[in-house]
Design a protein. Structure first.
Length: 164
């Protein structure tokens, strides 16, 4: 995370929370920084990337402020050892170019470094196969049109690389 990206996140937070008491706003900002700072994947860079994606599509959102807050808070209390967090992380599946997808896989593996390779592969296969069984990975038509085909290709290739 560059200082510029961190500055952009801070400015975004300040804009979104301009209605809040300064003490409360600062308390939450400190918590966001603390929680997202030392993670391999769900970190400040990820948060910045999600907000960039948000900016590209915010004009089509019914309640853009709710979505922006959801981006900040979705992984605030993230625990990679939790089954629920694992499912949520799969929900964040958004890597589309092979290079970015390789980085995504590497960072996600680091997030689950407490699992043996065999355990990780077994759990990862479950999640990946689930994605291929559902009719749509992405909830909106726009995201489906733009990303669905590539996401499914990445998932299929990862399943093959894992060994099934």
């Amino acid at each position: 995370m560059t200082n510029e990206e961190k500055k952009v996140l801070r400015e975004r937070w300040n804009d979104m929370t301009s209605f809040m008491n300064e003490t409360v706003k600062e308390k939450w900002w400190d918590k966001i920084i603390q929680q997202y700072s030392n993670r391999p994947f769900y970190n400040l860079s990820h948060l910045h990337n999600m907000l960039q994606l948000f900016d590209q599509h915010k004009d089509r959102l019914h309640d853009r402020y709710a979505v922006a807050f959801a981006i900040f808070f979705k992984h605030l209390e993230y625990d990679s050892k939790s089954t629920e967090s694992a499912k949520a992380s799969a929900d964040e599946f958004k890597k589309f170019s092979p290079e970015k997808y390789d980085i995504y896989k590497s960072q996600l593996r680091q997030e689950y470094s407490y699992l043996s390779d065999d355990q990780y592969k077994k759990e990862r296969l479950k999640v990946l196969k689930l994605f291929l069984q559902i009719p749509n990975i992405f909830a909106t038509k726009e995201f489906r049109d733009k990303y669905e085909e590539k996401a499914r290709k990445n998932i299929s290739e990862e399943i093959k690389s894992i060994g099934e």
